[in-house]
Design a protein around this ligand. Sequence first.
Ligand SMILES: Cc1ncc(COP(=O)(O)O)c(C=O)c1O
Length: 371
Amino acid sequence: MTERGYRPAWAEVDLSAISANAAALAELAPLCAVVKANAYGHGAPEVARAALAGGASWLAVALVEEGVQLRDAGIAAPVLVLAEPTADAMAEAHARDLTPTLYTEPGVKAAAEAATAPWPVHVKIDTGMHRVGASPADVDAVVGAVTSAASLELAGLWTHLAVADEPDQDDYTALQLDRFEAARTRLAAAGVVPPLVHAANSAGALAHPLARYDLIRCGIALYGHRPSPAVTPVVELRPAMALKARVSHVRCLDAGERISYGRRYETRERTVIATVPLGYADGVTRRLFEAGGQLLVGGRRCPIAGVVTMDQLMVDCGPDADVHVGDEVVLIGRQGDDEITAWEVAELLGTISYEVLCAIGPRVPRVYLGR
Ligand SMILES: Cc1ncc(COP(=O)(O)O)c(C=O)c1O
């Protein structure tokens, strides 16, 4: 068995694209590479190293466990945990030198009790995303609890933008930034000036220069995708991941044959049907057939033929196709002159590129290029 396993299906991750995207983004402001959710499916330690090599100065994760994974991989860069760790995770977060985000007084108390030496923490203010964060009315008390705890050090203040990727809602982004500024001004008047201030995700970094502050927290742009089709990337971004497989079976079917569970795809003429060893258990959602999903086969776009099954899907290669077992096919990425982007798949499915990338499951081996 090879490192990839026996099944000819894999996700190719080009680490030189990650480094190049990091370098381009770091031109805008110091970069925090968001590598939560296994780096949006790309592989967290590998992406973290490539992003740091490209010029990122921080990493961000959603969970303490994700930060621990980076430390176990020998990565020593600053790691921000984007949500307040639960009380029982604080000691480990402290021991592994992760920077927690805090936004409740019980959270501050738990962090202060866990810290055995001064622990730099960031405080998050909810300026309008309404997911997590101290409300503008509570943030002074949370910050006060941090500054009065001998074992804690206020190292950062940040917020998160809800619609930075939607230009028609720019007035709401401006309102969030106004609320953030008001809190900063109030804290400064009380003598509290956090050394690191940050607000921008990829869309904030690309489309809202005022949101860049001291650090931009980029995920999707690091992976080479725009945050939404409405955002013009102001730097060059190269998609880092491709999803590929080799044809596992080929047959010619007559007109009128029906394919896969439910028999929902009917051949219109005698045609070549290829089987591809990827399915919904790998993150290729079952709905992709009905949504009009295609694959690149022999440099041509071919429709998925019938519902995607758990481990395999079928593709209609057309009557004259010269397709053989072992031929490489592309679900996301380039082949010949054509490319199927994660955004193209996302738009067919009524979702976003983030979800398409994160869905590529752990059963699909990641193959790293450009190490
Ligand atoms: C708090 C926070 N900051 C930054 C990001 C990165 O967002 P994006 O991938 O749009 O750059 C995320 C991701 O969802 C996030 O939750």
